[in-house]
Design a protein around this ligand. Sequence first.
Ligand SMILES: NC(=O)c1ccc[n+]([C@@H]2O[C@H](COP(=O)([O-])OP(=O)(O)OC[C@H]3O[C@@H](n4cnc5c(N)ncnc54)[C@H](O)[C@@H]3O)[C@@H](O)[C@H]2O)c1
Length: 342
Amino acid sequence: MKINARDEKRLVMEILTKWGLNEDNAEIVADATVDADLKGFTSHGLGRFNQYIVGIEHNNINLHGEIEIETETDAVALINGNYTFGQISAYKAMKIAIEKAKKLGISAVGTHNSNHFGVTGFYADLAVKEGLIGIVLANTAPAIAPLGGKTPVLGTNPIAISIPSDNTFIATDMATSASARGKLLEAKRKGEKIPEGIALDGDGNPTTDPVEALKGSILPFGAHKGYALAFMIEILTGPLVGAGYGTGVQGTADPTVKSTKGDLFIAIDPEKFVGREVFKEKTDDFINELRTTTPNTIVPGDIESKNIENRTDKCLDIDPELYKILNSICEEVNINLDDYTC
Ligand SMILES: NC(=O)c1ccc[n+]([C@@H]2O[C@H](COP(=O)([O-])OP(=O)(O)OC[C@H]3O[C@@H](n4cnc5c(N)ncnc54)[C@H](O)[C@@H]3O)[C@@H](O)[C@H]2O)c1
């Protein structure tokens, strides 16, 4: 079974509006979902959708809620996400950060009472669309054990940075765990093994079985460096923004409980530093240097932009288990899934 990006967006919007989400907010969630699948982060696109439906069914995603600015200065805002879709609070928080940064050069907006928002890079890219640099951090329910331990205390705490350029999509978007938890869920659904060296089982032993890894912990990427970065992100998206931290974070992996995660959205306007054009010129010069010295190298963002190019307008695979899950979601709201598939 396959689906193309245009029909995926139509399908997500149709499901969500039937659940009662308004058209504008449904479009934000649909765009974030399609962005994940086009970039190749399929663990955070349609494949993650059943989690959101469970969240709606348990009233942990508020279809009629709107974000609320709790405190605000010219450069900073703290937002209560009011348990809307994480995609909606993240989109709106980043838009606020962009507007503030255009005036001041830099802005940081934090959110709490927010939900899982899919791919982190989607929100960093919003800044780039307006000529700004975007940085997004989030925490999640615990998945990484402190170095030397086996009990998860830190989230997979993603970071995304996107940089404006006229020539290249420059971005990085990653979990600080060796793999996003979503990839373990995807491997479990498909009945596949996970790569060696990324996860431990509940007893702290290495495992390639996603089921055992989900009961245990995921290693940080890059040993102590990933651990340290996950630790810092936990603080910037927990204590700083009035959200949960450590084992106090829940609801991103288990949608049957209310989310206590937090996010931080940072926008920087190069215009207030060296000027946007000079910044882009120098950045492009640096990229040219990389590509000249190492012709086969991958500039951060190359993989995503190649995936977008190759996957837009193509019919993308839906594995049999995902088809079954989507079909039962569609049946509940009287949608014929096959009207949307290739
Ligand atoms: N919503 C959440 O709470 C949450 C939590 C964790 C992760 N995520 C998402 O999961 C997705 C996957 O995360 P991941 O860490 O498993 O990603 P990954 O390891 O597949 O890729 C991380 C980054 O490295 C880049 N990359 C990969 N190979 C490269 C190479 N050889 N050279 C240069 N760059 C290279 C990728 O393009 C990407 O930008 C991301 O979109 C992330 O935002 C979301």
